[in-house]
Design a protein around this ligand. Structure first.
Ligand SMILES: *Cc1c(COP(=O)(O)O)cnc(C)c1O
Length: 426
């Protein structure tokens, strides 16, 4: 039988760079042919060969209800009939803004945009505009989208300015970006001691989901807050991944820390292109048309996307939603740990709400460098083993995983069994 994924990949590569519209989809890290998805429902999607997979990427986070939730589908269908986009304001944008603010108390105002990249980039500009400072602090392994100033890796030595991680980003563009090691208190102290008066903002994934799943320690997160306050810098929580995913109030709710600005995306669009950034009124009113910080978007607050987001937020706000989701995710994580232990596989895993990560090592990593010591070949064998058995996890060891409300106990049990089977054949 001809593999339809192979055929599609060949066609795709002729017209789309690498055959994909976002790099990690290409399976470059794990090898093999990316699966071309033809449809999805609940906890599953089907590839071009009509093979079914239990989906643990959920569009990289947004599909917290699973695919095709009836209430969301209905809201989107209704919105579509009313028009796709107007370029003029709508009541639904107010409703979504109100819903977001009700769930994230640190935000008094919010601006809607279309992607997490756009939201993070805009928050950064706002922070610089509001403080009149240039320097930004970020952490190795945290991803904030692909704005030029954020595509940086650590330079050599402590608390130094970074180097671009992408061609096309001139060193001058990242010369104000400090890249520090995640959870390294000493570097954090040093950076603020040296550069404190120039720091516009510190941007962090307080529960990081772009170096697999790594938590900021409570002490580290608290110190980020204190140092920003002390030095007049803005603390920005990038909750594009964690917002409405680790809990109804995001990582800031889990950690009990109030950031100045919050960046949201993924779940707030329920699978449609929608993201947001927000914070206190005095800062947000620095944005155009009220203030001097320019920011705009043709499709911002799109009526179909906002309908999808609103319907999604309504479902996840129902009592008990996160308790059930977190319990299910913990069952998966505990089951994988037990399976690995039974088969003598070095393993550890962690989860919060509907987000999880696992590691082929005994300790939970605290930073990017440790995550990257994972045995690539072992991870890739596990990835392909699961894929063969109809379980789709992220095709790279530095990505987190996602469980949705649609995953059943049987899905979780089947996943654990698939992993056990693979571990037993090592
Ligand atoms: C996904 C992600 C982004 C970028 O969002 P896009 O919608 O892909 O542009 C930014 N920050 C974090 C933490 C993310 O996980």
């Amino acid at each position: 039988m001809t593999d339809q994924n192979d055929l599609l990949f060949e066609r795709a590569r002729a017209v789309i760079p690498g055959g994909v519209n976002s790099p990690v989809r290409a399976f470059k890290a794990v090898g093999g042919t990316p699966r071309f998805i033809q449809r999805a429902q609940g906890a599953y999607f089907w590839d071009a060969n009509d093979k079914r997979y239990i989906d643990y990427i959920g569009s990289w986070g947004p599909m917290i209800l699973g695919h095709g939730h009836p209430a969301v589908v209905e809201a989107v269908q209704k919105a579509v009939l009313e028009g796709f986009s107007y370029g003029a304001p709508t009541e639904r944008e107010i409703e979504l803004a109100e819903a977001i603010l009700a769930l994230v108390p640190s935000m008094e105002m919010v601006r809607l945009v279309s992607s997490g990249t756009e939201a993070a980039m805009s928050a950064l500009r706002l922070a610089r505009g509001a403080t009149g400072r240039k320097t930004i602090v970020k952490f190795e392994g945290c991803y904030h989208g692909h704005a030029d100033a954020l595509l940086v890796k650590a330079g050599s030595g402590l608390a130094t300015f970074g180097n671009p991680t992408s061609a096309g980003v001139p060193p001058e563009v990242v010369q104000h970006t400090l890249v520090l090691e995640y959870n390294n208190l000493q570097q954090l102290e040093e950076a603020f001691a040296l550069h404190g008066k120039d720091i516009a903002c510190l941007m962090i994934e307080a529960i990081a989901g772009n170096m697999n799943f790594v938590r900021a320690t409570p002490e580290f997160a608290k110190r980020c807050r204190e140092l920003c306050t002390q030095h007049g810098a803005l603390l920005i929580f990038d909750e594009v991944m964690t917002g409405f995913r680790v809990g109804l109030h995001g990582a800031q709710g889990v950690l009990g820390i109030t950031p100045d600005l919050t960046v949201l995306g993924k779940v707030i669009g329920g699978g449609m292109p929608l993201a947001a950034f927000g914070g206190p009124r005095a800062i947000m009113e620095q944005l155009a048309p009220l203030g001097p910080v320019y920011q705009a978007g043709t499709l911002s607050g799109n009526p179909v996307a906002t309908a999808c987001g609103l319907a999604t937020l309504k479902e996840i706000s129902k009592p008990g939603f996160y308790e059930a989701l977190a319990k299910k995710t913990r069952t998966l994580v505990d089951g994988l740990k037990a399976a690995a232990a039974a088969e003598g596989q070095p393993f550890n895993a962690d989860s919060e709400g509907g987000m999880f990560g696992f590691f082929l090592m005994n300790e939970l990593p605290q930073n990017y460098a440790t995550v990257m010591t994972t045995d690539n070949a072992q991870f890739n064998a596990l990835f392909h083993g699961l894929l063969d058995r109809g379980v789709y996890i992220a095709p790279a060891l530095y990505e987190a995983g996602f469980v949705s409300a649609a995953h059943s106990e049987d899905d979780i049990a089947a996943t654990i069994e698939a992993a056990r089977d693979i571990f037993s054949k090592r």
